[in-house]
Design a binder for this molecule. Structure first.
Ligand SMILES: Nc1nc2c(c(=O)[nH]1)N[C@H]1C(S)=C(S)[C@@H](COP(=O)(O)OP(=O)(O)OC[C@H]3O[C@@H](n4cnc5c(=O)[nH]c(N)nc54)[C@H](O)[C@@H]3O)O[C@H]1N2
Ligand SMILES: Nc1nc2c(c(=O)[nH]1)N[C@H]1C(S)=C(S)[C@@H](COP(=O)(O)OP(=O)(O)OC[C@H]3O[C@@H](n4cnc5c(=O)[nH]c(N)nc54)[C@H](O)[C@@H]3O)O[C@H]1N2
Ligand code: SF4
Ligand SMILES: [Mo]
Length: 756
């Protein structure tokens, strides 16, 4: 069924009940709503929401150089006019009182305002000194999935191509790294093959480790719309904590934290045992592997014998019948099944494997590569795909899905960059946790940070904050103070969102353009401008002086994407169109709806039907991955599971949403979610202070027994948003990482709970 605006809006009411206020468009516009208090003569321009990875289209209402209102963009196919509350109040983040308006240099422990010349010359000379004395690997860059693509492209070139260090990381390492590793191991190429349009064609939704209702609200409204208007549409949710998705679900699987690996294997076991698999698809399009190497189907079946529903029930706390039922629903013949997941899967030491196992379920049943049937990894940040995964701004990557370890890739990139390939290190840079460890132990002496707040968001934060304090830390930020700016030596004020122009790439390969509509306050400058100035002052001007506009940067980057099956469109098209999904094989191509399958994917023929061309043999890999569990499990001393997450109204470290009165009114205080039975046993009533202690730290928060989420018995949940220094959830979280993706296990560790 095609999604129309009418039924989209119908869904809003249902979604509102489960997701909290989703605003229909039009309310801010004088024409649609005469009661609106906005001037009638606003100029409305299309842009993109700067929060989550869905990439909703927004219309930005400006007058006299100020953004006064926002409404959903009805022409954008992502959201058809809908926005969640965060998008609705987007403009207010520009006008917060604590916007950083001038560069600042810390002198005798205090920040004093400085000119751009003073601040940039200081940064350039300190970086050059450190590189001269300790080598290029003594400096580092830490960026973000909220960077624009052009920013990531330029800074990646500066560090990897010119300075000669691969110490370029970003917060997608905290977020999407396990999805990257999952996609590349299974399919040989990163990023989802499916797309948001699959929602309207799916019959079964399998949602796991994703609080879609609060974290991807517009996707949730599309799912609820499908559920309410489609025929016999089912939702299965698998999450150790009961949240708003459960309220609409036909089946809730509340397993013991971390045991979903056993659940996914058990679902595969049932699918094969009950002959629900697609033998033809398997033989044509898949190969099998375990952790040692290639295996055959029989050996894979034998591996699954450890995961019969009865055995998995004992591990997961579910019943064998629940597991069978979920597998049958997932695999039902002639039904289209769409799986979605986010941090409950990725932020785990078994995160890469968990991604592989979700792909397995689709490959075994052949429910992949056709409308409504797809594994669809939900991306967290607005441009984790567009700016980091595609531009290659992680320590092992180069632009357009290339890798630093590959000599041919380095040469291709250097040729376009106009740099010396011999300058580039063939060695992966330090991954995020090691880079920050490097600040603590002195291996890394300086760090440039843009568009992220690691002083708040890193796991085991207290330990890493000490390293940030010790090193030469330069922070490009829109606000001050933040939990990171307070640790810095130099602060550089950033223009944000529509105060600059650039490209974002969302969760379904849609590349979209954000125009500059207003001036930044004070002397704040775009991150691109800052990177180019730094490069110049470090003596590398000749490599960067041709970047006279973001368009020039984009067109150069586009050359690197050409012919990689990640081809991109000319800048001018994004300015006009509501995004284009790559691959875009020719400049006027309409964009690719689904990858790897005919007729959508231009690189797959009718005869091939489906081709996983990321792999040399064109086949995806079904992995036998055993259940191992979390790095730190509850024991006698720390008997509860501790997990962390998000609420609808707030964004990460609250530097932005914390400035919006409407959002603060909706969710003003922070708490620890407990199961009521656990609370009763511990003598804790609603609102009582609860002291939470892990091996890394202690925080005390009021108990909330009827929160939006209810963790299962034996589990405590705290939101990551609270920015008070003694209440950071990350004082408690574990910095253990997944061996393949190097993503930390924010979702699971062991905690002691006491009345505070
Ligand atoms: N409102 C809002 N929306 C956001 C963001 C925000 O800050 N605020 N941030 C954006 C970003 S960057 C991201 S990454 C996404 C995050 O989006 P989500 O991943 O949906 O959000 P979280 O609340 O971090 O975690 C989701 C769920 O993981 C579950 N979980 C815990 N342990 C396990 C486990 O062992 N297995 C499984 N399967 N699940 C488990 C938790 O119960 C939790 O409800 O949201 C994006 N959207
Ligand atoms: N406990 C716990 N911790 C987590 C997680 C979790 O689930 N639990 N999730 C992890 C995940 S998935 C993520 S993505 C991270 C997010 O963690 P962070 O990236 O640290 O959090 P944000 O608040 O998004 O930080 C973005 C910063 O950029 C600033 N900013 C905004 N616009 C601009 C701009 O245009 N230029 C510049 N230079 N700055 C700008 C904002 O003011 C803000 O301070 O947190 C991770 N940490
Ligand atoms: S759903 Fe995501 S992209 Fe859409 S308005 Fe909300 S935060 Fe912005
Ligand atoms: Mo994220």
């Amino acid at each position: 069924m095609q999604l129309t605006r009418r039924n989209f809006l119908q869904a809003t009411a249902a979604a509102a009940a489960t997701a909290a206020a989703l605003s229909a468009t039009g309310c801010a516009d004088k024409k649609a709503n005469p009661k609106s208090d906005l001037p009638a003569d606003l100029e409305w321009t299309k842009a993109v929401c700067r929060y989550c990875g869905i990439g909703c289209g927004v219309m930005v209402g400006t007058k006299d150089g100020k953004v006064l209102g926002i409404k959903g963009d009805q022409e954008n196919p992502v959201n058809k006019g809908l926005l969640c509350v965060k998008g609705w109040y987007l403009h207010k983040i520009l006008y917060a009182e604590d916007r950083l308006k001038t560069p600042m240099i810390k002198k005798d422990g205090k920040f004093v305002p400085a000119t751009w010349d003073e601040a940039l010359d200081l940064v350039a000379s300190r970086f050059k000194e450190i590189i001269a004395k300790d080598g290029p690997d003594a400096v580092s860059y830490y960026g973000s999935g909220q960077n624009m693509a052009e920013e990531a492209y330029v800074v990646n070139k500066l560090f990897k191509g010119v300075i000669g260090t691969n110490n370029v990381e970003g917060n997608p390492r905290t977020c999407m790294a396990s999805a990257v590793a999952g996609h590349t191991t299974t399919f040989g190429k990163d990023e989802p093959m499916g797309c948001l349009d699959d929602i309207e064609a799916a019959d079964v939704f399998f949602i796991t480790g994703s609080n879609t209702a609060e974290c991807h609200p517009v996707v949730w409204s599309r799912i609820t719309n499908r559920k309410l208007t489609g025929k016999d549409v089912k939702i299965i949710v698998a999450d150790p904590r009961r949240h708003r998705v459960h309220e609409m679900a036909d089946m809730s699987l509340e397993f013991i934290p971390g045991t979903d690996i056993a659940l996914f294997n058990a679902m595969a076991q049932v699918i094969i045992a009950e002959n629900l698999h697609d033998a033809n698809f398997i033989s044509k399009h898949t190969t099998f592997q375990n952790n040692e190497g290639p295996i055959d189907f029989e050996k894979y079946k034998a591996f699954l014998q450890d995961y019969t529903p009865e055995k998995a029930a004992a591990v997961t706390g579910l019943t064998a019948d629940q597991i069978r039922e979920a597998a049958r629903l997932f695999a039902a013949k002639d039904k289209q099944t769409m799986t979605m997941w986010t941090m409950g899967i990725n932020q785990r030491v078994q995160g890469t494997w968990a991604n592989n196992l979700l792909f397995n379920l689709h490959l075994l049943t052949g429910k992949i590569g056709r409308p409504g049937s797809t594994p669809f990894s939900l991306t967290g940040q607005p441009s984790a795909c567009g700016s980091i995964r595609e531009v290659g701004a992680l320590s092992h990557l180069l632009p357009a899905h290339r890798v630093v370890a590959n000599e041919a890739h380095r040469k291709e990139v250097a040729a376009v960059w106009g740099t010396d390939p011999a300058k580039m290190s063939p060695k992966n840079g330090l991954h995020m946790m090691d880079m920050f460890k490097g600040l603590v132990d002195g291996r890394v002496k300086a760090m440039l940070i843009s568009t992220t707040n690691p002083g708040h968001s890193l796991p085991n934060a207290d330990f890493y904050r000490k390293g940030m304090e010790k090193a030469f830390l330069v922070v490009i930020e829109a606000y001050h103070p933040t939990r990171t700016t307070e640790l810095a030596d130099v602060l550089l004020p950033a223009a944000m969102w529509v105060e600059k122009e650039g490209i974002y790439g969302n969760t379904d390969r849609r590349t979209q353009y954000i125009p500059k509509l207003v001036n930044a306050p004070g002397e704040a400058k775009s991150d691109v401008w800052i990177f180019l100035e730094l490069a110049k002052r470090m003596g590398f001007g000749k490599f960067f002086e041709h970047y006279t506009s973001t368009e020039v940067i984009w067109e150069e980057y586009r050359k690197l994407a050409k012919g990689t099956k990640m081809d991109l469109a000319p800048y001018a098209r994004y300015k006009k169109e509501r995004g284009v999904r790559w691959p875009v094989p020719t400049d006027d191509h309409a964009g690719t709806v689904r990858r790897y399958s005919y007729p959508d994917d231009p690189f797959v023929t009718k005869e091939e039907g489906i081709k996983f061309y990321g792999k040399p043999d064109g086949k995806a890999v079904v992995f036998a991955r055993p259940f191992q569990g979390a790095a730190e499990k509850p024991d006698a001393d720390y008997p509860f599971w501790f997990s962390t997450g998000r609420v609808l109204e707030h964004w990460h470290t609250m530097t932005m949403t914390g400035k919006v009165p409407e959002l603060m009114r909706a969710t003003p205080d922070w708490y620890a979610e407990l199961h009521p039975e656990d609370a009763a046993k511990l003598g804790i009533a609603d609102g009582d202070p609860v002291k939470l202690t892990t091996r890394r730290g202690t925080i005390t928060l009021p108990a909330k027994l009827k929160a939006r989420g209810i963790p299962q018995k034996g589990m405590v949940m705290v939101m990551m948003h609270d920015d008070r220094i003694d209440k950071l959830a990350n004082l408690l979280t574990n910095d253990a990482v997944d061996a393949a993706s190097k993503q930390p296990e924010y979702k699971l560790c062991a905690v002691k709970v006491a009345k505070g």
